[in-house]
Design a protein around this ligand. Structure first.
Ligand code: URA
Length: 433
């Protein structure tokens, strides 16, 4: 097949056949088409869209671009969770151990940061020693022994998504409903879980800025998953401001551990609990109320924290950092940003805040960039808070002092102040089954 012909077709608004989408997915997986042509196709898809049939065909082609996980060696019901991406979104680090503590086996594949959003794999790798590339046998063994294991999409699963994800991250082609739906659902289908809960984020820090788009994405993914015979639900959650107060990698692990200890920010605990209880319900663990009570008890009793510690240990991480998060290496430079004026914080542009984190070194500008695990932000004031001039708004963390002036300026540009408090917005918008 001539890839230039496919490029012309999509560039000019045509629809690609199942065979053509299969060729594209396989080319991404085996490297037979150069990155610049794959990127051009991604941009053509981003600009001209894919219809429902093309999206479903692309998803299946990506899922079949590598191995399909056979989880039959894991006893019991297998669960998975995926987020469409947010800022400060560390819910996997809480949902997976809560679900495991309630008897759902979490055999989970996660991603790295994408655009302005963070990724679970980058966060977990901030724990010294933690291994996210494991052989299939070791992965299954850990799930059977500890109830959960989180790895990167390595080991031959979905190589097409691996290649395309890295290109989309650095070509501004992320926020497209068909590309996100096919990326996420190809991994979920190849990952082999029986039950999948999707966290579809909506707002300034999400790829979907409006509730309408978030609903369309949620429905597209639930539809693909259900057609493939999986139990899938999507929770629509607010991402108009960062989740919790820590944004970065090591700082997010520390905040997740706080929630596992029964403390931590309320918004983060609430979103994590609704995701965990939805997954428990999909897994047939009982009514909504019973599953909510079960998830809360897993946190309160410390069983979820124990499950997380078991996973960290099994994946080679130093559990001493989880028991005493103050041991995480500190960023070389830190700077407190004072409020320029008094009033209410009426809005935060969460995407802009995510980009500040990338600027500080917590995310990537190019595929080859290494991230700084200690870089990030600690947010002291959030939307709705009253602030006095000079009060700390946030603490910026990075390796290199030269990054601070631009980061401070960009953070301030992301905020709006006013004389009256903003109308509160709901954190959980809907559950779509
Ligand atoms: N998460 C994914 O795995 N893929 C996307 O495209 C967006 C979020």
């Amino acid at each position: 097949m001539d890839f230039l012909e496919l490029l012309r077709k999509k560039r000019d608004g045509g629809t690609l056949t199942k065979e053509e989408l299969g060729f594209f997915a396989n080319a991404a997986a085996n490297g037979s088409v150069p990155d610049y042509q794959l990127s051009a196709m991604l941009m053509a898809m981003y600009l001209n869209g894919l219809d429902a049939r093309e999206t479903a065909d692309l998803t299946l082609a990506m899922a079949h671009s590598g191995d399909l996980a056979d989880l039959s060696g894991i006893e019991g019901i297998k669960g998975d969770k995926h987020s469409t991406g947010g800022v400060g979104d560390k819910t996997t680090l809480i949902v997976a151990p809560v679900a495991a503590a309630c008897g759902v086996k979490m055999a989970k594949m996660s991603g790295r940061g994408l655009g302005h959003t963070g990724g679970t794999i980058d966060k977990l790798e901030a724990i010294p020693g933690f291994q996210t590339a494991l052989s299939r046998d070791r992965f299954m063994q850990i799930v059977n022994e500890t109830g959960l294991c989180v790895v990167g999409a390595a080991g031959g699963l979905c190589p097409a998504d691996k290649a395309l994800y890295a290109l989309r991250d650095v070509t501004e082609t992320v926020s497209s409903i068909p590309l996100i739906a096919s990326s996420i659902m190809s991994k979920k289908l190849a990952g082999g879980a029986d039950c999948i809960v999707l966290d579809v984020k909506c707002g300034s820090g999400a790829f979907m800025k409006t509730e309408e788009d978030a609903r369309r994405l949620a429905k597209a993914m639930v539809d693909i998953g259900t057609r493939a015979g999986r139990r899938v639900a999507a929770v629509l959650t607010d991402m108009d401001l960062p989740l919790g107060t820590a944004v970065g990698n090591a700082v997010e692990v520390q905040e997740a551990v706080e929630v596992l200890r029964g403390k931590g920010p309320d918004d983060l605990r609430q979103v994590s609990l609704v995701l965990a209880s939805t997954l428990l319900q999909l897994a047939g663990k009982g009514s909504r109320e019973a599953c909510e009570a079960m998830a809360e008890d897993a946190l309160k009793s410390g069983r979820a924290l124990q499950a997380f510690e078991r996973m960290v240990e099994a994946q080679g991480g130093d559990v001493a950092f989880i028991r005493d998060p103050s041991r995480f290496p500190k960023a070389k430079c830190s700077a407190v940003l004072p409020a320029p004026q008094s009033g209410y914080l009426t809005a935060m542009d969460a995407e802009a805040i995510g980009r500040v984190c990338v600027l500080l070194g917590a995310g990537r500008h190019t595929k080859e960039d290494a991230i700084d695990p200690a870089a990030g932000l600690l947010i002291h004031k959030k939307t709705g808070d009253r602030v006095k001039q000079g009060e700390p708004l946030c603490t910026l963390l990075c390796e290199d002092e030269a990054k601070l002036p631009a980061a401070k300026e960009a953070y301030l540009r992301a905020l709006r102040f006013g004389d009256t408090p903003p109308k509160p917005t709901p954190l959980i918008l809907d559950v779509i089954e």
